[in-house]
Design a protein around this ligand. Sequence first.
Ligand code: C2E
Ligand code: CA
Ligand code: CA
Ligand code: CA
Length: 277
Amino acid sequence: SKDSGKNKFSVFDQEMNRHQLRRMSLEKDLRKALARSEFMVVYQPKWDSYMNVTVGLEALLRWRHPEHGIISPAEFIPIAEETGLIVPITYWMLHDVCSQNMLWHKEEIANVAVSINMSARMFEGGGLYDVVEEALTRSGLEPHFLELEITESIAMNNMEETVAQLSRLRALGVRVSLDDFGTGFSSLGNLDEIPVNTLKIDQVFIRKSKMHSKKAIISNIIAIATNLNMEVVAEGVETPEQIELLQSLGCRVMQGYYYGRPMPVHELGQWFIANTA
Ligand code: C2E
Ligand code: CA
Ligand code: CA
Ligand code: CA
């Protein structure tokens, strides 16, 4: 009837309203989060499955909200991107990650590169290079121990400008990887023009790697990487079956819950002692 239709709409409106209210309240809090030191960096290992050693770490952001607890990046990164807050947040992270990694090097705890995720916004305005250089200089970290993860869509949109900035960063010695590879397939024809060291196979392919078609895609990504002289990392590795398959296809470096979840700094010292050659 007319009435029940109306009712459904009002429930829908209430949902919308609740969603918008949470969004607005988070945006307001996000503006203060950096000054209030509410961000925390966690690190997930990249694992060489032949040598059984950690060969890298990916830095991932966590927001400790005073009332809501830990908020997932899936929820707050889009808000940070829309508002532009992602730029100062990433600048903070570059400094934090470089000095933390330098500390691990100095204390001989770990000797690996750490990667940081870059939003499209980071390539607007052209300020990234100077901040990266400053973070490296201030911390004393060698450039090849810092890696920037970009997605295909970032590399593709405004390609000339992005490639120019990436080339400068590469000339400095910073490493670049292409994240979530295989999900933005429009790029294949230009892949050789983007200055990247590593392709990261998106976890959707690993999750469905039992399917022949996904296996074929994984195998071809590995072939492309090899032929273009790039390294390859498989993301979202959770089972021994996936590891066995990836190894049989020639992929040795893997990242996923099977090897290690993203961990806070205070857990990594112990973790490295147990997991280094
Ligand atoms: P991403 O860059 O693709 O990062 C990998 C995500 O997969 C992480 O989620 C990680 O915890 C998760 N993951 C790792 N191994 C496994 C696994 O075996 N199984 C499953 N199911 N998941 C796994 P997280 O930390 O929640 O981050 C989600 C996304 O948020 C990231 O995807 C990235 O796009 C974004 N993000 C996180 N931190 C930052 C940041 O500092 N800056 C920017 N711009 N984006 C970030
Ligand atoms: Ca990433
Ligand atoms: Ca990814
Ligand atoms: Ca992703």
